[in-house]
Ligand binder design. Structure first.
Ligand code: SF4
Length: 296
């Protein structure tokens, strides 16, 4: 699943929430997260650390190339979670080498320091690190955003290959809809901390329903069609005091065009069930798809 949205829409916050690596001053107000039928958001921290973080949910953080400790060898960094579980060091190092090999790096990378590796190699190390413990779900937070296009393509191919070979589920966080289409079966479009639209990648691409998704689509350059690129005016609102009603209304073209004052700015739109082409559920949180308004 790809989570798509602009900077500041809450994508990385969602990723941190799923792995519970939030800042100390974060208060959990509401909500539940289920993994294999077990609620993990309120699980005691020691149990979450022992059973879930890294073991069931792995994470490749944003700017992960900078996540490596520059004064510790790659091997030492990789084996830490295994040592904490009591795996002997020699065995842990062998597993680290296996994992590095599985992402196309030489086994002796374990003895190197981060500064001895290129950007693409460091990205592969961080992916290998996340895969060491064989998680079922891997959260990839903008895994290619700091890379040049060729390295980006290599990493995307690696991710596709690993997904098929290791039967992994990815939560792929990106601001790039085109990149999401490379990897994702489903897409959730996020705006100001909420999911604006969710559905199969096919449905979101062929018939984007939410005005925000439509805006994102029309701002995407295409290789062969000479089209005028559009942009969405304004910026993502502060989540400290988000706009009332639909959070997108100050930027939405339909809000004025369709005279939706008193509706869109008054009440949060519920999710409307749309007709999917793919057979999977397609939902959009927009008043345009509520019956009383659709003919307006
Ligand atoms: S609910 Fe209204 S303001 Fe929000 S996206 Fe739909 S039409 Fe636009």
């Amino acid at each position: 699943m790809a989570i798509v949205g602009e900077t500041g829409s809450g994508k990385s916050t969602l990723a941190k929430l799923l792995t519970r690596v939030w800042e100390r001053n974060v208060a959990l107000v509401d909500g539940e997260v289920y993994l294999e039928g077990v609620e993990i958001l309120h699980m005691p921290e020691h149990q979450f650390r022992r059973e879930v973080r890294w073991w069931k949910i792995g994470m490749v953080p944003q700017a992960s190339m900078n996540a490596l400790n520059p004064v510790i060898t790659i091997g030492e960094q990789m084996i830490e979670p295994l040592l904490l579980r009591g795996v002997p060091k020699a065995e842990a190092l062998r597993l680290a080498m296996d994992s590095l090999e599985s992402v196309g790096l030489p086994r002796d990378t374990v003895y190197r320091y981060p500064h001895q590796l290129s950007g693409g190699m460091k990205q592969r190390v961080v992916i290998a690190m996340a895969l060491m413990t064989r998680p079922k779900v891997l959260i990839l937070d903008e895994p290619t955003s700091a890379l040049d296009v060729m390295t980006q393509a290599n990493i995307m191919n690696l991710l596709k290959e690993l997904k098929a070979r290791m039967k992994l589920s990815y939560i792929f966080i990106t601001h790039d809809l085109a990149l999401a289409s490379e990897l994702a079966d489903s897409i959730a479009v996020m705006y100001a901390g909420k999911i604006a639209e969710i559905g199969s990648a096919d449905d979101i691409y062929s018939s984007p329903a939410h005005p925000y998704t439509q805006g994102l689509m029309s701002s995407m350059p295409t290789l062969r069609i000479d089209k005028q690129l559009a942009s969405i005016p304004g910026e993502v609102p502060s989540l400290i005091s988000p706009p009332p009603g639909c959070r997108f209304h100050p930027r939405c073209p339909y809000y004025v065009e369709r005279n939706l004052k008193g509706i869109c700015d008054a009440k949060e739109p519920p999710y409307a069930e749309l007709k999917p082409w793919s057979g999977r559920r397609h939902l959009a949180a927009c008043w345009l798809y509520q019956e009383f308004i659709s003919g307006r």
